[in-house]
Design a protein around this ligand. Structure first.
Ligand code: SF4
Ligand code: SF4
Ligand code: F3S
Length: 267
């Protein structure tokens, strides 16, 4: 029986908190183990690979040479461009140098999370390191943005499986996000929406309306201006999402959400 070659993947980490990786490894449908063992060959990732140091660097170099034009480059984190990039260096290279080298032979690039897609908290004012999202630094390659802080694990897995299955990137919206997961606002699929439409709101987190599960708009929910799949796909194997646990959406998948308005104030 002929063995199908797994899609080579290089996964870089720059200015980030690693929760995008944490989210990805919790995907249950599809199971992340199935993706890692059957669909892709995760040749380089600082957080999950067994190798370290020179061996790890060698693995990345081998993939870049052997699979030039074929591998997928995943990036978690933003790139600091201030002070010649010294704020984030790995193996003696700046993150910008590493990104440029790895992007050159990549078939496509996936920008994981709000850090890589929009800059996230590192880029919040005054953005002391000039944290920059990936699409502003890489040119001539398709960049798939998968925003969220972190993105939903099943969404991340779904994007990878789409690329493996169809051999091309998923259909993107005007901002570079996969339409399948980012075409609706959290507000459009929120189960509390009937309360919003009826004008029934939580006024403070401990009031009677909160106990009744009314709409969280007046306590800062940004669901009406946030595009993400949380209301449908949910988190933790489809168990819940922020609004279901009683907290408004704070817009973690939107650009500049740290600067766009305070978390507990109405948008
Ligand atoms: Fe962490 Fe959020 Fe950045 Fe992902 S997007 S690495 S969860 S700070
Ligand atoms: Fe919309 Fe938020 Fe109210 Fe849900 S809780 S209906 S997302 S404003
Ligand atoms: Fe983020 Fe809002 Fe979903 S805060 S996790 S986009 S409900």
């Amino acid at each position: 029986m002929q063995q199908k070659t797994r899609l080579p993947v290089i996964w870089l980490h720059f200015q980030e908190c690693t929760c995008c990786s944490e989210s990805f490894i919790r995907s249950s449908h599809p199971m992340v183990a199935d993706i890692l063992l059957d669909q892709i060959s995760l040749d380089y990732t600082e957080t999950l690979m067994a190798a370290s140091g020179f061996q790890a660097e060698e693995a990345m170099k081998n993939t870049m040479t052997k699979y030039k034009g074929e591998y997928i480059l995943c990036v978690e984190g933003s790139v600091p461009t201030d002070a010649d990039g010294v704020y984030c260096m790995i193996g003696g290279k700046t993150s910008l140098q590493i990104l440029e080298e790895a992007a050159e032979g990549a078939k496509a690039i996936i920008a994981w999370g709000s850090c890589a897609s929009n800059g996230c908290v590192q880029a919040a004012k005054p953005n002391p390191t000039s944290a920059t999202p990936i699409h502003k630094l890489v040119h001539g390659k398709p960049v798939i943005k998968v925003p969220g802080c972190p993105p939903i694990g099943e969404v991340m897995a779904g994007v990878i499986v789409h690329v493996v299955t169809f051999g091309k990137i998923p259909e993107l919206d005007g901002m570079g996000r996969p339409k399948a997961f980012y075409s609706k606002r959290v507000h459009d699929t929120c189960y509390r929406r009937p309360y919003y439409d009826a004008g029934l709101y939580v006024e403070s987190f401990d009031d009677e309306n909160a106990k009744k599960g009314y709409c969280l708009y007046k306590v800062g929910c940004k669901g009406p201006s946030t595009y993400n799949a949380c209301g449908v796909t949910k988190w933790n194997n489809g168990t819940s999402f922020p609004i279901q646990s009683g907290h408004g959406c704070f817009g973690c998948s939107e650009a500049n959400f740290w600067d766009n308005g305070r978390i507990y104030e109405r948008a």
